[in-house]
Design a protein around this ligand. Structure first.
Ligand SMILES: Cc1cc2nc3c(=O)[nH]c(=O)nc-3n(C[C@H](O)[C@H](O)[C@H](O)COP(=O)(O)OP(=O)(O)OC[C@H]3O[C@@H](n4cnc5c(N)ncnc54)[C@H](O)[C@@H]3O)c2cc1C
Length: 422
């Protein structure tokens, strides 16, 4: 299929049917699932190797074609023009049925970049980028963190200077997920060396495949090179490739947190409950289900899952009421990520001596749980523990940073003193 045909392959929906009620829409999603779900479906994790990738890509195509991957994007860009609330029912129904909502790289391409383009982009940028994201032609990297500028992102030093209609970019990014497979990147860069951070940083969209961009993979604890360093030496991008306005990159990047956390609150409890079932099955498989220590850890996790679900419901109701999340979002992020480290460690402990070797299939994605339906192999639990769970307490705001936010904004404790300028 040609690139143009690929990017335009969406179903037509009669204008009269474009505003379903929430209940009607949930039924549309359920019908889509039952019409397309393979017989005897056990989840992506139950498939092997290439089969997994083929299923995820094929299912993504179907979902995109049905305008369900981003139902909240405008109709002309491949969505259904519905509110984010409708999207939550897609996310929930897919998670319940152990189905992927997009492929792993969509977390950055859709949730971060696509939604930002949708909110801040010009009409031309939307037309150029959104359909190409949906078709999968463009794979995006997120260039925010730098050595010395992670939690304190506002101190970033990569700079861009405008000359003869082009931005010239110099600096270094680090921990850039999947950068070796990306053809595009959105980057925060300093465009005004004298202005305060709120006016000095700009979001640029750049091509990764150019002489000024060098990507070096970093090996992680699970033996995979998912994260990268990106070196920029007079990398260039057209003057027009600013997302938002020059100097308001900080506002652009902060604006999307709310909708992201809303989706998380809807899907995390489902994903973690499915993973919890795997732990119980593993305890039985290895004959540890009568061990008092194991039972106590399982009981604690069970209780924590119930709290996570209640917290998710509370966040969702605030989101439905007035679109607000507040410090709840930080409490939830801290809670699920710390929970996940404990339960993943239990998985590894249950494997015992078998956890010394890597056997079987690992997760496709490096965040949250292994794919629903995955076998209890040592590779699955080791990778989830060493990569997915450990990193959950670091990306999107570390646990310490979340604790600061909670203590200052929810509990009204004094603000921490500002770090001296570097
Ligand atoms: C799996 C994974 C994927 C990632 N993908 C990307 C990506 O695609 N693009 C991207 O740009 N970045 C990415 N990151 C980077 C991530 O955003 C940063 O790692 C994160 O912001 C923390 O920054 P840092 O690593 O520089 O640690 P630092 O900020 O240097 O923190 C080091 C330690 O100090 C603590 N600390 C820092 N400040 C405070 C404070 N004020 N009070 C108390 N304690 C503090 C932290 O909690 C941490 O324990 C990814 C990270 C991971 C783990």
């Amino acid at each position: 299929m040609s690139e143009t045909a690929q990017v335009n392959a969406f179903i037509d929906i009669d204008p009269a049917d474009r505003e379903p009620s929430l209940d009607e829409f949930r039924q549309i999603v359920r019908d889509f699932i039952s019409e397309n779900l393979p017989a005897d479906w056990k989840g992506v994790g139950a498939l092997e190797g290439e089969e997994r990738i083929a299923f995820v890509n094929g299912w993504r195509d179907l979902t995109t074609h049905a305008r369900l991957l981003t139902s909240y994007w405008p109709y002309e860009y491949g969505g259904r023009g519905l509110s984010k609330l409708y999207h939550l029912s897609v996310a929930q129904e897919f998670a319940k049925n152990k189905l992927p909502l997009g492929r792993p790289s969509d977390t950055i391409a859709i949730k971060l970049l696509g939604n930002t383009v949708n909110a801040w982009g010009t009409h031309e940028q939307k037309l150029e980028y959104l359909p190409r994201i949906l078709s999968g032609v463009d794979v995006w990297a997120q260039g925010y963190s730098e050595p010395g500028s992670g939690s304190d992102l506002a101190s970033l030093r990569t700079k861009a200077v405008l000359r003869d209609g082009q931005w010239h970019i110099d600096g270094q990014k680090i921990w850039t997920s999947n950068a070796m497979n990306c053809n595009k990147a959105f980057m925060l860069v300093r465009t005004d060396p004298t202005a305060p951070n709120s006016k000095a940083i700009t979001m640029l969209l750049i091509d990764m495949h150019q002489p000024g961009v060098e990507v070096r993979p970093i090996l992680n604890g699970a033996g995979s090179a998912e994260l990268c360093e990106v070196f920029l030496t007079d990398a260039v991008t057209d003057e027009a490739n600013v997302l938002g306005e020059i100097g308001n990159g900080w506002a652009v990047t902060n604006s999307l947190l709310t909708s992201e956390r809303g989706e998380e609150a809807a899907t995390n409890p489902v994903l973690f409950a499915q993973e919890f079932e795997r732990v119980i099955a593993l305890a039985r498989e290895v004959g540890a289900d009568r061990n008092p220590g194991t039972r106590a850890r399982i009981a604690r996790s069970y209780k924590e899952l119930a709290v996570m679900k209640a917290m998710g419901d509370r966040i969702l109701s605030g989101y439905v009421r007035d679109g607000s999340l507040g410090p709840q979002a930080s409490i939830s992020k801290l809670y699920w990520s710390e929970y996940h480290k404990r339960i993943a460690e239990l998985g590894v402990d249950l494997l015992g001596i078998d956890a010394l070797t890597w056997e079987g299939e690992g997760p496709m994605r490096w965040f949250r749980t292994d794919e629903p339906g995955a076998r209890n192999s040592s590779t699955s639990w080791l990778a989830v523990f060493l990569a997915n769970a450990m990193s959950g307490t670091i990306y999107a705001g570390t646990s310490e940073v979340q604790r600061n936010i909670i203590s200052e904004r929810a509990l009204g404790m004094p603000r921490e003193p500002k770090a001296p300028a570097k």
